[in-house]
Design a protein around this ligand. Structure first.
Ligand SMILES: Nc1ncnc2c1ncn2[C@@H]1O[C@H](COP(=O)(O)OP(=O)(O)OP(=O)(O)O)[C@@H](O)[C@H]1O
Ligand SMILES: [Mg+2]
Length: 236
């Protein structure tokens, strides 16, 4: 069974159904990209996996266990950790305090010092800025902090919601390089991106979501050749 398996998933907000019979698999150690237009349901999917939204129907299985009716903290404890849309940092806290928040779950807490060292190895700039308030960081540094904080939680599967949003191309390049380094540690990664080309180049596999439903899936390199994807997402 896949590390993350989603079957016949329906979820939304009150009477509004956003995810509409969604199915997805993420294998252990894989990098999977999820792409789709604004409002397609990408963030809703992450919120549903995280336990912030309870599905109306369907199954979500993570590492062999059903998580679709778990509380958010239980899902985190199992190792599904997300870098949420908009980063959600604590602006008045220092860089290091923000990182420490990431290791709050029971599993991660005992390894805090080692995780902090690792986070600083991935992002030396964060060590330089460790006593600085998060709000005073640049956009790119804030994204690194959000990613560093997620790593502090000792993820088994790291989910990222548009990590490159609002960043200059050169910073995006650097961020993607860092993600490549993170994947070498064997971590499973689910990445949501508007940067379709770069995301699919990096990913082992990709999914395209439209109106809360997966309409295309395949190897990253194959999807990049797909006519529908080219026309609707790459504008070529
Ligand atoms: N809290 C909410 N209450 C009601 N509807 C919501 C809520 N959050 C999102 N929606 C609706 O759900 C749909 C999917 O939104 P979602 O945020 O999942 O899209 P997305 O694919 O992440 O888009 P984007 O690329 O703009 O971030 C949209 O129609 C949105 O208006
Ligand atoms: Mg979103």
């Amino acid at each position: 069974m896949s590390e993350l398996q989603i079957r016949e998933l329906y979820a939304g907000y009150g009477d509004i159904t956003v995810l509409n019979n969604l199915e997805m698999d993420v294998e252990k150690g894989e990098v999977v990209a999820l792409v789709g237009a604004n409002g397609a349901g990408k963030s809703t999917l992450l919120r549903t996996i995280s336990g912030l939204i309870t599905p109306n129907k369907g199954q979500i299985t993570f590492m062999g266990r059903r998580i679709d009716h778990m509380m958010p903290h239980q899902v985190v404890e199992m190792g599904f950790i997300q870098v949420p849309e908009g980063k959600q940092l604590f602006p008045e806290m220092t860089v290091e305090e923000n990182l420490m928040v990431g290791s709050f779950n029971k599993r991660a807490r005992k390894d805090r010092e080692r995780s902090l060292k690792e986070a600083y190895e991935f992002f030396p700039i964060l060590e330089e800025r460790r006593q600085q308030k998060a709000r005073s960081l640049s956009g790119g540094e804030q994204q690194m902090l959000a990613l560093g904080r997620a790593l502090m939680g000792q993820p088994k599967l790291l989910a990222m919601d548009e990590p490159s949003l609002g960043l200059a191309p050169i910073i995006v390049e650097r961020l993607f390089n860092t993600i490549q380094n993170i994947r070498k540690t064997g971590l499973t990664i689910l990445i949501i991106e508007q940067n379709v080309q770069q995301a699919l180049e990096m990913a082992d596999r990709g999914y395209v979501i439209e109106n809360g439903h997966i309409v295309l899936e395949g190897k990253g390199s194959e999807l990049l050749q797909n006519e529908h994807l080219k026309t609707h997402y790459l504008g070529i």
